[in-house]
Every structure is written in structure tokens, then in C-alpha cells.
Write a new protein. Structure first.
Length: 64
């Protein structure tokens, strides 16, 4: 699943580890999601979007 997590995370100056802490998951989970190797749960998708200041649609390029 294509996403903008890395791009938005870097724009906000947030490390994978910090984002993982905010979302209560491991850094490896964030890495796997960024590399489209893992699809997050709906709750995690909402948490990621909240902490990155975008909607879930914007985060996962669902409007393309």
C-alpha cells in the first residue's frame, strides 16, 4: 500500500522511533509500513494520520 509516511515524517522532523512511540508500536512497524511491507490496522492508520497532521486519505494516497 503506497503511503506518504516517510515524506511527512521527515517534513515534521520526526524519527521513526519517535513516531513509533507516539503510536505505541515498534520502530520496525513504522519502517515496514513506510516500505509497504505491512498494512496498518485502521486504528494505527488514524493514529499515524493524527500525529502527521493529515487525513488517512492523504496519508495513503487514496485520492489519486
Amino acid at each position: 500500500m503506497q503511503n506518504r509516511i516517510k515524506e511527512l515524517r521527515e517534513q515534521h522532523g520526526v524519527s521513526q522511533g519517535k513516531l513509533a512511540d507516539l503510536c505505541k508500536v515498534s520502530r520496525q512497524t513504522i519502517n515496514a509500513i513506510e516500505n509497504a511491507k505491512y498494512a496498518p490496522s485502521l486504528q494505527l492508520a488514524f493514529d499515524l494520520a493524527k500525529h502527521l497532521g493529515v487525513t488517512v486519505d492523504e496519508l495513503f494516497n487514496m485520492n489519486d
